[in-house]
Design a binder for this molecule. Structure first.
Ligand code: G
Ligand code: G
Ligand code: MN
Ligand code: NA
Length: 254
């Protein structure tokens, strides 16, 4: 596939795959609680590509390991720069579920953390539970090792996957991310609102952070605050932005 040959070049070139960063905020105070890293591909001929245009082929290729290490290295580079600037925030990285099948992943991440001198607790790995459930025995060990290291885990797109509640009985996580589809429908769907309320309650009972995604309006923001949700992310607060902008945007807020 042409795209995969081009990805190989992009991973070697170092300036084509870039991370944009989107802060999450505390709903009560507006203070940033963390920042999510989202990959973009500045393709030399096709222009800016979104992950949905290339993630699937990458996940099904033998370049997934290189890609995952690349993203983690860039994200930890950003976290290391923040530490030097006195910005004490965790960075969240989206991991393809398939990368958790690599038994060397915990060692690779430990090496990267050491190399960048970033404490493990500053790294949050966002995983979607869908694919993960089918291979739970294999990834149990990988996730367990990451937790032992002190890395934080978040369930991304919570509620949309298959058997997400079973997943929570098998893997200890730190955070649930309420899928954008529920946030969007909250105002006119009692079902969506009930799901958000239940997720918030589940988070409280399990002692997990709950972060609502895709918040675009002041109405959604106050509805979420009313349901007891503590943190949120979305265009209403911040759009994803280049790494060199984030210091100026967050510097005064942290
Ligand atoms: O960046 P955007 O908002 O368009 O993200 C689209 C999808 O791509 C989301 O599901 C997000 O989790 C995923 N994604 C973004 N960045 C990365 C990444 O670095 N690695 C992986 N595996 N997925 C990512
Ligand atoms: O699956 P994941 O949660 O990682 O996906 C995050 C995706 O959501 C990214 O592609 C990001 O660009 C996008 N995103 C972030 N905030 C908003 C928002 O308020 N509205 C919409 N439509 N997309 C958002
Ligand atoms: Mn995510
Ligand atoms: Na999500």
């Amino acid at each position: 596939l042409a795209l995969l040959a081009e990805l190989r070049e992009a991973l070697a070139a170092d300036d084509q795959l870039v991370l944009v960063l989107q802060p999450a905020v505390d709903l009560a105070t507006g203070a940033p609680t963390g920042v999510e890293a989202l990959i973009r591909w500045r393709h030399p001929r096709r222009g800016w590509l979104n992950p949905h245009e290339f993630i699937r082929p990458v996940e099904n290729s033998e370049q997934l390991g290189t890609f995952t290490r690349y993203v983690l290295d860039k994200a930890l580079g950003v976290a290391a720069q923040w530490a030097r600037d006195g910005l004490d925030l965790p960075i969240s990285v989206n991991l393809s579920a398939r990368s958790l099948l690599n038994p060397r992943l915990p060692t690779e991440i430990a090496d990267a953390l050491r190399r960048h001198r970033v404490p493990a607790r500053r790294l949050v790995l966002e995983i979607t539970e869908t694919v993960v459930m089918s291979e739970l025995e294999v990834i149990d060990e990988v996730l367990g090792a990451l937790r032992t290291m002190g890395v934080q885990l978040a369930v991304d797109d919570f509620g949309t996957g298959f058997s997400s509640l079973t997943f929570l009985t098998r893997v200890t996580v730190d955070e649930l991310k309420v899928d954008r589809s529920f946030v969007i429908r909250m105002a006119d769907s009692p079902e969506a609102a009930a799901i958000v309320r239940s997720t918030v309650g589940l988070g409280q009972q399990l002692g997990l952070r709950v972060v609502a995604e895709g918040v675009e309006t002041a109405e959604q923001r106050s509805a979420l605050a009313e349901l007891g949700c503590t943190a949120a992310q979305g265009y209403h607060f911040f759009k994803p932005m280049p790494a060199d902008k984030i210091g100026a945007v967050l510097g005064g807020l942290v």
